[in-house]
Write a protein that binds this ligand. Structure first.
Ligand code: LRH
Ligand code: MN
Ligand code: MN
Length: 426
C-alpha cells in the first residue's frame, strides 16, 4: 500500500480553500503580534518524531488483545506503515527499534527501504524485561540489577548486541528501560540492586561508540509493584552522571506518579544538560500509553513550553531523541499515531507562540495574572492552520486523518496482508 504524490494532491484540492482562509487569518493575526510565521513553519517542518516499531499493531492488556486487521507482521511492513504516516504527516521521519522484537534479517535491504521512505533509525531499545528463546539465564528477578553475576553479564551482553545492531543501521543512541525491582518489601536490598545496576550500566557505557548516547528511562512501578530500581528522574540522573557525559535521562510522560510536575522535571534536566530523550503519550492513571494530548493537553503544552525554553537557552543540553510511546486497544494504530503526531505538533506550535520576553518581564514584576495570561493566550490559539501549512510546504496532507480514511488505507492493507495478522512486539 503506497500513498502517492497524486493521492495527496487530489486530497488537498478538497481542503485547500478553507486551509488558505484559515492560514491567512491566523498568520496575519500572529504577524500583528510580532511573530515570525515563516520561522515557526520551518521549526514545525524540522520537528520529526520517531515511531516505535512496536506501536503499529493493536496493543493489548494482560486481559486480552483484540487484533486489528491488516497489522504489519514483519519489520518491512512496519516500515511501510511508517512510510504511510510520514507521507501524510511529514512528521514521522524516524523509527525506533525494540530488540529482539525487530531484528532486521537483511540490513542492507532494510536500510535501502528506510532511505527510500526518508525514515531514519533513531534510538534502539534493549529488552531485558522478558526472557528470550535460547537464553541461558532468566530475568525473573531482575537483569542489570540481578544478584547473579551471570544474569547481569547476559543482560550487559544483550545491550552491547543492541548497540551493534543499531550501529549497522545508523542509530546513535541506546535506550535502556529496566523492569528491575521487587514485588514485596524485603525481597531486595535497595542498595545492592542500585549498585549492581550502576556497575552494569557503566560496563555498557564503556563500550558505547564515541558518537553515541545512552538514554536511561525511569518509571515508578510496573511490572514490579513494590519497588523499581530506576524509579524516578533523580535516580536516572544519578546513574547518568555516574556513567559519564554521553549518558542522559529519558522522560516518558506516562512514567510518573499522578500529578507529578513533569514540566519542572524537564526544565531542570535541561538546565543540567542531562535530558536526552522523550517518550510521548498521555495518561489518566499510570503508564496508560494513551494517545498524546487526549487527556491532559494543557500539561503537554506546558511541557513543550519548557522544551522550547530549554532548546533556546540551554546549549549545554544536546538535541533530543523524540519518540511516541503509545498504543491502543480499540483504535486503528495508524489513526491513533496520526492523532498523536498532530497533538505533538500542536503543543509545539503553541509553545513557540509564547512571548518569552513578555513572560520574563511579567515574572520580574511578579505579575502572576499576566504570566498566566501569556501562557494561556498561546495555549488557546487554534494553530491547526499552521500545522497544515507546514505539512503542505513539504508535500504532506492538509488533513492527514481525513485523507487516511478517504484513501481507504486500512482496507488496502487488509487486502495486501490479510485479515488474521498478528504484529510482533507487546
Ligand atoms: C516501559 C516502556 C519502555 C519500553 C516500552 C515498550 O513502560 O515505556 O520505553 O521500552 O515501554
Ligand atoms: Mn517508554
Ligand atoms: Mn511505558
Amino acid at each position: 500500500m503506497k500513498v502517492t504524490k497524486q493521492h495527496i494532491e487530489d486530497e488537498n484540492k478538497k481542503n485547500i480553500s478553507s486551509q488558505e482562509n484559515g492560514f491567512k487569518f491566523l498568520s496575519d493575526t500572529l504577524a500583528l503580534k510580532g511573530h515570525n510565521v515563516n520561522a515557526i513553519l520551518s521549526k514545525l517542518s524540522e520537528f520529526q518524531v520517531a515511531i516505535p516499531s512496536w506501536a503499529l499493531g493493536a496493543g493489548g492488556t494482560r486481559f486480552g488483545r483484540f487484533s486489528f486487521y491488516g497489522e504489519p507482521s514483519n519489520l518491512e511492513q512496519k516500515l511501510e506503515d511508517i512510510g504511510i504516516l510520514h507521507t501524510l504527516t511529514q512528521t514521522a521521519g524516524a523509527v525506533s527499534l525494540h530488540i529482539p522484537w525487530d531484528i532486521p534479517s537483511d540490513y542492507r535491504a532494510i536500510k535501502q527501504q528506510a532511505d527510500a521512505l526518508k525514515i531514519k533509525f533513531d534510538s534502539v531499545n534493549s529488552n531485558t524485561f522478558q526472557d528470550q528463546k535460547n537464553e541461558k539465564e532468566s530475568y525473573k528477578y531482575g537483569s542489570l540489577s540481578n544478584i547473579s553475576q551471570a544474569v547481569r553479564d547476559q543482560a550487559i551482553q544483550h545491550n552491547l548486541d543492541v548497540i551493534n545492531i543499531g550501529n549497522k543501521l545508523g542509530s546513535k543512541s541506546l535506550t535502556v528501560w529496566l523492569a528491575d525491582g521487587s514485588c514485596f518489601p524485603g525481597q531486595n536490598n535497595f542498595q545492592t540492586a542500585f549498585q549492581n545496576t550502576q556497575n552494569s550500566l557503566k560496563d555498557i557505557y564503556k563500550r558505547l561508540p564515541e558518537d553515541w548516547k545512552m538514554l536511561i528511562e525511569y518509571k515508578p512501578y510496573e511490572p514490579n509493584f513494590y519497588s523499581t530500581v530506576i524509579q524516578d528522574w533523580g535516580t536516572s540522573f544519578m546513574l547518568a552522571n555516574e556513567c559519564g557525559e554521553k549518558a542522559f535521562s529519558l522522560v516518558d510522560l506516562g512514567h510518573h506518579l499522578p500529578n507529578s510536575n513533569i514540566e519542572q522535571i524537564v526544565s531542570i534536566l535541561m538546565l543540567k544538560g542531562k535530558l536526552g530523550g522523550f517518550h510521548f503519550n498521555d495518561s489518566k492513571y499510570g503508564d496508560d500509553d494513551l494517545t498524546v494530548g487526549s487527556i491532559k493537553p494543557y500539561a503537554l503544552f506546558l511541557i513543550f513550553n519548557e522544551l522550547v525554553y530549554g532548546i533556546e537557552n540551554n546549549p549545554q543540553n544536546p538535541d533530543l531523541a523524540w519518540m511516541i510511546d503509545a498504543s491502543h486497544n480499540v483504535k486503528d494504530p495508524l489513526e491513533d499515531l496520526i492523532q498523536s503526531l498532530e497533538a505533538i505538533q500542536e503543543a509545539y506550535a503553541k509553545a513557540l507562540l509564547v512571548d518569552q520576553k513578555a513572560l520574563k518581564t511579567a515574572q520580574l514584576e511578579n505579575d502572576v495574572v499576566k504570566c498566566q495570561e501569556i501562557l494561556q493566550g498561546a495555549f488557546r490559539t487554534d494553530v491547526r492552520p499552521l500545522l497544515a501549512a507546514a505539512r503542505l510546504k513539504t508535500g504532506g496532507a492538509i488533513n492527514p486523518l481525513e485523507s487516511y480514511r478517504n484513501l481507504k488505507i486500512r482496507a488496502g492493507l487488509i487486502t495486501e496482508r490479510g485479515k488474521n495478522t498478528v504484529a510482533t512486539g507487546l
